[in-house]
Write a protein that binds this ligand. Structure first.
Ligand SMILES: [Zn+2]
Length: 363
């Protein structure tokens, strides 16, 4: 396909022809079979490990060095069965479009191509380079099951797509999603209105406090009420209500702060308000040395040398949380994730492969 390295477009088309929504075991097995087959063709060592969420694919190679580089990706996508047939890989207006091209099949193939380059140089200065392709990233707000096996690595290169302006992701916000529950008392809204206690109105008052006071309460803190539900009938004072809140912050400390502030509920007459306590995603902390090295390599291949802090989480947040220096957004430049016009820039693929190969220690 125009602008893509040899063979890359064929592999991307084959991968995008598979429906592999999170939890679709048959689709994930087909996707894993393709990836494992290509890794074998490329001269890599391959392990396909069955897990309750679907197959985990680990492709690796080793040079003469002693260091260890992780390449991190996921092969599940968000799209339901039928999407692959409806939207095969296509080129339009200089972009390549298809389900999962940016999030993150294009990135997986960048990782494979980078490892293939290292495998062609078995006496090179690089150490171990391992591409971990998990099956369940899109529907998970907890750590990947293999996280412990990433401990001690020298660096992690996460292959989510580069941003639309070419930026890599050198930091990500911490985030969590909490549920609020209010319990008051149902009562007839006409004849016994004063006997009722509106749980819904209690959460409305809390929602206003959250958006007015907690959102922006510290630099980088975002607090958004995303759902509000309550009531049992049109003529009943709503005695029960729930809300969900999306919280994001630049640091773990700021996330803990906004979670604690969220729980300082106002007194609501005879209405109990509680919140859940999901830990959510840790931040991806910027590693200055790895970030600067990556930007220098991008500049050296005439690619955009920009960085960004992303509001969303990825498995790079987890590798960072165990102390592995992590940089993300090393997949092809792209966007439109999770939508009908998801795209990548084909011209960005070859430079990204080169930069990932070099970051893994390739000469
Ligand atoms: Zn992704």
């Amino acid at each position: 396909m125009h602008g893509l390295p040899d063979g890359f477009g064929e592999r991307l088309a084959a991968l995008c022809a598979v429906d592999a929504q999170t939890g679709d075991h048959a689709g994930l097995v087909r996707s894993a079979d393709l990836l494992a087959g290509w890794a074998t063709d490329d001269g890599l060592a391959v392990e396909v490990r069955a897990t309750p969420e679907g197959p985990l694919v680990i492709a690796s190679t080793r040079g003469a060095g002693a260091d260890r580089t992780l390449l991190i990706g996921h092969h599940d996508v968000v799209y339901p069965a039928g999407t692959a047939a409806a939207r095969p890989l296509a080129a339009r207006d200089g972009r390549v479009l298809g389900p999962g091209v940016a999030d993150m099949r294009g990135g997986l193939l960048v990782g494979l191509a980078a490892l293939a380059g290292l495998a062609r140089d078995p006496q090179g200065p690089h150490g171990a380079a391992e591409l971990w392709i998990v099956p369940d990233e899109e529907a998970r707000s907890w750590a990947p099951a293999c996280l412990d096996e990433w401990r001690g690595a020298d660096r992690a290169l996460c292959l989510e797509c580069g941003r639309a302006d070419g930026a890599i992701v050198t930091a990500r916000k911490a985030c969590t999603w909490l549920t609020l529950e209010a319990v008051g008392r149902d009562a007839h809204a006409g004849t016994e209105r004063d006997e009722g206690r509106s749980a819904l109105m209690a959460l409305v008052r809390e929602a206003v406090r959250i958006e007015d006071e907690l959102h922006g309460g510290r630099p980088g803190v975002q607090a958004t009420v995303t759902q509000l539900n309550g009531g049992s009938g049109m003529n009943t004072v709503p005695g029960h209500a729930t809300a969900s809140v999306d919280l994001r912050a630049d640091t773990a400390a700021d996330l803990a702060w906004v979670v604690a502030e969220l729980g300082r509920f106002a007194a609501h007459d005879d209405i109990a308000v509680t919140r859940s306590d999901e830990p959510g995603f840790p931040p991806l902390d910027r590693d200055a040395a790895l970030a600067e090295h990556t930007l220098a390599l991008l500049a050296a291949v005439d690619a955009p040398a920009r960085e960004q802090t992303a509001a969303g989480a990825s498995d790079g947040s987890w590798s960072s949380s165990i102390g592995v220096p992590t940089v993300d957004g090393l997949g092809p430049i792209g966007g439109g994730d999770h939508g009908p016009d998801e795209w990548i820039d084909p011209a960005s693929v070859a430079p990204r492969i080169e930069v990932v190969r070099r970051l893994a220690g390739g000469r």
